[in-house]
Design a protein around this ligand. Structure first.
Ligand code: NAP
Length: 341
């Protein structure tokens, strides 16, 4: 199907629940590029100024303060749930019961139990169910996977992903949201941000099946936890270290390095792929992406209108949750790792 045949189909009438930062700065940017595929019919925020502001931004659409009213709206076909993490569980259940297709922001739920219950609950409904895990749709990670599958660096055996950055609560809007500061889920920013990387690692390699983390809380102003180093193994015997440090002074870095038997693949800042072999750069390319935001909405459209495959399923997102929370839990077991000299 091409753009012309898409034009013949009605855009999906979307209801947006939650008019905060992600909706205004990420989802709305993507939806504006996909006007022929989505039409925002109504929006909801429980506090009126934010509901009104975004309703105006979205072209003067109606707004409600109670999402149940949005779910009763007969014209709304699908909902985009962009709420504080601990509200995803109930809002997703309510949306499914109302018969709408569901596109819910990551992480699927605030804990593994709720995630698993949602996976089970969702099975009862025929609508499209998708988690807005943009990393799963970011073309750069698919490109990395393609290079590995082509065997360019030989069999990968180790991976290192270093994310060192500073989330400054005076400047970072996310760090100012009260539900993040007093979070009702484990792991604070490590969980909220790091789950993206877990999703990408699980996309590039096979599932993560074992691991041990240490965690730190460097700046309590941004929540209970901001730093984690997670050493892990995948099902196909790739070992790795994922470092997520969000209160780093004087250094900023986002580099993924994959060591293969014949070469090394680097991904810098999630856009530049370099492959080196025999001390020479064999490939150096920059992948222009929208970080997966446009692509994830396109995938949702394809699933709703054309029965397209959902790759960011509730089950995958639940497994991301299990791995992330498993890593956080493993950090409590350091006393079992004592080295007897
Ligand atoms: P946010 O700015 O706090 O937005 C959440 C919005 O929901 C706020 O406007 C809040 O209003 C509203 N809200 C709270 N309870 C509500 C209720 N019961 N009914 C209706 N509205 C309600 O947070 P955010 O940063 O946008 O994050 C929202 C979600 O997006 C989270 O799941 C987060 O993990 C995800 N996210 C994803 C990415 C990504 O890269 N994919 C990036 C950022 C965030 P008040 O503020 O007035 O309470």
């Amino acid at each position: 199907m091409n753009q012309e045949s898409d034009d013949l189909m009605d855009p999906i009438k979307l209801g947006i629940i939650g008019c905060g930062i992600a909706t205004k700065q990420l989802h709305w940017q993507a939806l504006q590029k996909l006007r022929h595929k989505f039409e925002v019919a109504i929006v909801c925020n429980h506090t009126e100024p934010k509901a009104r502001e975004f309703a105006q931004m979205a072209g003067g659409v109606p707004y409600v303060l109670d999402y149940h009213k949005l779910l009763q709206h007969p014209e709304v076909e699908a909902v985009d749930i962009t709420l504080p993490i601990h509200l995803n569980y109930q809002a997703t259940k309510d949306a499914l019961e109302s018969g709408k297709h569901v596109f819910v922001e990551k992480p699927l739920a605030a804990n593994v139990d709720d995630g698993k219950k949602l996976v089970e609950f969702a099975r009862r409904f025929p609508q499209v169910k998708m988690v807005a895990e943009n990393y799963r749709h970011n073309p750069v990670f698919h490109k990395v996977k393609e290079y590995l599958n082509r065997g360019i660096i030989g069999k990968p055996y180790a991976v290192f992903w270093d994310i060192f950055h500073l989330i400054d609560p005076r400047r970072n809007k996310y760090a100012q949201t009260q539900w993040r500061i007093k979070h009702e889920y484990p792991g604070g920013f490590v969980f909220d941000g790091g789950i993206h990387n877990i999703a990408a690692l699980r996309l590039i390699f096979e599932d993560i099946v074992a691991g041990q983390a240490f965690t730190k809380s460097v700046n309590l102003m941004i929540g209970e936890m901001d730093s984690m180093s997670f050493q892990f193994a995948t099902k196909n015997d790739v070992h790795g270290v994922f470092n997520f440090f969000a209160s780093v002074q004087g250094m900023s870095k986002n580099e993924l390095a994959i060591l293969g038997k014949d070469g090394t693949l680097f991904l810098e800042n999630q856009e530049r792929i370099r492959i080196t072999m025999n001390d020479k750069i064999q490939i150096d390319e920059t992948v222009q992406t929208e970080n997966g935001f446009v692509e994830e909405f396109e995938a949702f459209y394809e699933a709703v209108r054309k029965n397209g495959e959902v790759i960011s399923t509730f089950s995958e997102a639940c497994r991301d949750l299990e791995v992330m929370i498993g890593a956080l839990e493993s950090a409590k077991r350091w006393d079992e790792l004592e080295l007897n000299g």
